[in-house]
Design a protein. Structure first.
Length: 716
């Protein structure tokens, strides 16, 4: 695992406090002395030398740590001293490093340090930049201080390295300045995958231990039980308990929970004493030193004689063929690392991918700007452009899909149901015909299915049509005769999209294709909807459930009108109202803040007590949902096309109140699981009074257990 954080100069004390060179207490926890690393470290003639307090402070101040020469005279204006690249080994590797025999411990330590070096080499080659005249300029690498730590903040075995990449580099012009870290953050996932791949390779080569791969290339050593891993993962348990207590979900919520539960690192106990404690604890969960020694030596001789090097070329080819969409070089490296059971060197994987990309086996698909994600600022450009590629099958499917869509007629009216055909919808002005089509299909007993490329597009489609979305991997379950509404088909899985279009006639399905995930709007269409509302009889249902207000409208015009009414009421009360919608052009003339989901986090940071008016479901809010109380948000959506729909049950799905999410998790996308979720959510809603106290009553615990049991039965 690799995480990158920003540190200031004062933070250097933490890394030095447990080293002898930094003045650490010899009677307490002493970690190995830090070492200067990186290409620019060699250029400054400090590479491989011990990190001392004066040298580290000098480097962070833009001064040569060896000669005292000022490298960057403007460095006092730099707020960030360095970037902490934290490379963490899997828990099973940390246990082996802590409890095995000395020769095995040394082999594991060496493997970890080599893997860190390989990943850092990738970052130096692909992500070391400075800024010149407002744009990126390549640098020759980094100068960094590397510290190896062996314990976690919960005093568990945790082998990891902090590589403090100084915010200082030299450009091709010979001028030293602060680095531009955006490319480094853009490549964090790739570098982490290469670290894990090389770690597996180094340990397999030296010790012959086998690995069990998990998702996205994460892995653990075979032979160490999950019970043992849990016993030595107290920090993970603390974070999970905090998430359960807060009811928050998602990656950002996990980081917040980690910060809230982060204890000060205990450094008064010597490492040898910790090892004795760990041995006693390990014995209780079935790990003896002899078993670890046997694990490390069981297959060493045979595997050393018989093991063949991984055929990287074929693995890269297989990984490329597994993509059903265009991809870039970074994605291909990560996909290759994820399928290498015994890993490979970071430089070897990168070279194999570059060789395949340059072989002509792939179809070039143009260049794309790389964007970074931030909980505070949404998505912003990293400054780099990656060329994208597609395998030949994907390129062929894309061409077939494009030709099919170009030949498809536009939706005219509900008489399209009389024949089986592919139809396109070109804009919001065609919305009424699309909704009429769905209502007519329901009246004739035909199911209506919505397919969208991501959660935001799915929530937007649901909000303006009332169609419940379905996962793309569930398309095989779509009934014959169904009406399938596809948004932005070129961003979905191409093979499944083409199969649906090909099988439509045989399965008597009607395929309605929306040519943009956000319904391309003309400039005046938002105003046309407002004008349309004046000649319509407004039909809205206002429901309040578990602290969240939900307005269900009969059509999009009524929904837009309801958003405007709510915004006007908020202004009259002097409240700072924020309207969240996937297409802001619906409300161009609306006073107040109107933001896309990607910009919501920044808006909440600037005005944390805002009241949200959401045109769509809770899924539109993403991780920002956890930053605002249920009582501060109102959802507006179009009612389902089915007349028999239970509106209060549907309102729970739209709102996903925190008491429900705390017990049941987020709303599933699979229709069968949605039905179970709804019935359980209604049971929780009936416990409203007790849930308001913040405690989960016994009845709700039974609801949670019942849901898990039903889900397990469905899987079997």
């Amino acid at each position: 695992m690799l995480q990158i954080g920003k540190i200031r100069s004062a933070r250097a004390r933490y890394y030095l406090s447990t080293t002898l060179a930094g003045g650490g207490d010899e009677n307490g926890l002493i970690e190995p002395d830090g070492r200067f690393v990186g290409t620019l470290g060699d250029e400054l003639h400090v590479g491989g030398t011990v990190v001392d307090p004066d040298g580290l402070r000098a480097l962070f101040a833009g001064i040569d740590p060896k000669t005292g020469t000022v490298l960057d005279r403007r460095h006092e204006r730099v707020a960030i001293a360095a970037y902490d690249c934290m490379f963490a080994s899997p828990k099973s590797v940390s246990l082996l490093h802590a409890l095995a025999a000395d020769d095995v411990v040394q082999a594991v330590r060496t493997a970890h340090e080599h893997a860190v070096g390989g990943a850092l080499g990738y970052l130096e080659k692909n992500a070391s930049y400075v800024r010149r005249q407002g744009s990126l300029a390549k640098s020759d690498g980094f100068v960094a201080a590397q510290f190896v730590h062996r314990t976690s903040r919960a005093s568990d075995p945790h082998l990891h390295s902090h590589v403090l990449v100084a915010n200082l580099a030299v450009g091709k012009d010979g001028h030293w300045s602060a680095i531009d870290a955006r490319p480094m953050f853009a490549n964090v996932g790739v570098a982490g995958s290469l670290y894990r791949a090389q770690l597996r390779n180094e340990i397999t080569t030296s010790l012959g231990i086998e690995w069990k791969l998990r998702v996205q290339g994460f892995s653990d050593l075979i032979g160490i039980s999950p019970r043992a891993l849990r016993a030595f993962s107290k920090r993970s348990a603390e974070i999970k308990d905090e998430l359960d207590r807060s009811g928050r979900l998602g990656e950002r919520a996990g980081r917040v929970a980690a910060d809230r539960t982060r204890p000060a690192k205990e450094t008064s106990t010597p490492y040898r004493v910790l090892i004795e404690r760990w041995r006693e604890q390990a014995f209780e969960v079935g790990i003896a030193r002899s078993s670890l020694d046997g694990l490390a030596k069981r297959h060493t001789i045979g595997r050393a004689l018989l093991a063949q090097p991984a055929d990287l070329a074929s693995e890269v080819t297989r990984s490329a063929e597994g993509f059903e969409r265009p991809f870039d070089r970074r994605e291909l490296i990560r996909a290759t690392c994820a399928v290498l059971d015994e890993g490979a060197g970071a430089a070897e994987v990168e070279a194999a991918v570059d060789s395949f990309v340059g072989s002509g086996e792939l179809v070039r698909s143009g260049g794309t700007s790389v964007f970074l994600r931030s909980g505070a600022a949404g998505r912003f450009p990293s400054g780099i452009v990656e060329e994208r590629f597609a395998n030949r099958l994907t390129a062929d499917l894309s061409h077939r899909l494009t030709v099919t869509l170009e030949r498809a007629p536009e939706l005219v009216d509900r008489t399209a149901l009389a024949g089986v055909r592919t139809i396109t919808v070109s804009g919001t002005t065609d919305y009424e015909r699309l909704r009429d089509l769905a209502i007519e299909a329901d009246a004739h007993g035909r199911t209506v299915v919505g397919l969208s490329p991501n959660l935001v597009a799915s929530a937007h489609l649901e909000a303006i049509t009332g169609l419940e979305p379905t996962l793309w991997n569930e398309t095989a379950r779509i009934r014959n005769g169904a009406v399938v509404v596809i948004t932005d088909p070129l961003r979905g899985p191409l093979r499944q999209t083409v199969e649906l279009l090909t099988d439509a006639e045989a399965r008597r399905m009607t395929i309605v294709v929306i040519d943009d995930a956000q319904f391309r709007l003309h400039r005046d269409e938002g105003r046309l909807l407002s004008a349309d509302l004046e000649r319509r009889q407004t039909s809205v249902e206002r429901i309040s459930t578990l602290g969240v207000r939900v307005t269900l409208a009969s059509d999009l015009a009524s929904a837009v009108g309801e958003v405007r009414r709510l915004a006007a009421e908020a202004r009259a009360k002097g409240t700072n109202a924020v309207t969240v919608t996937a297409d802001t052009r619906l409300f161009e003339d609306l006073e107040g803040a109107v933001v896309r989901p990607s910009m919501l986090a920044r808006t909440l940071r600037d005005a944390p007590r805002s009241e949200l008016i959401v045109l769509g479901s809770s899924r539109l809010l993403g991780s920002a949902r956890n930053r605002i109380d249920d009582q501060q948000r109102t959802h507006v959506a179009v009612t389902p096309s089915r007349a028999a729909e239970n509106l209060s049950s549907y309102a729970l799905c739209v709102a996903e109140p925190r008491p429900v999410a705390r017990v049941l998790g987020r709303l599933p996308a699979v229709p069968q699981e949605r039905a179970v979720w709804r019935s359980r959510a209604e049971s929780i809603a009936r416990e409203n009074d007790r849930l308001r106290t913040g405690r989960i009553p016994e009845r709700v615990r039974e609801v949670r257990s019942g849901l898990r049991l039903e889900h397990a039965r469905a899987l079997t």
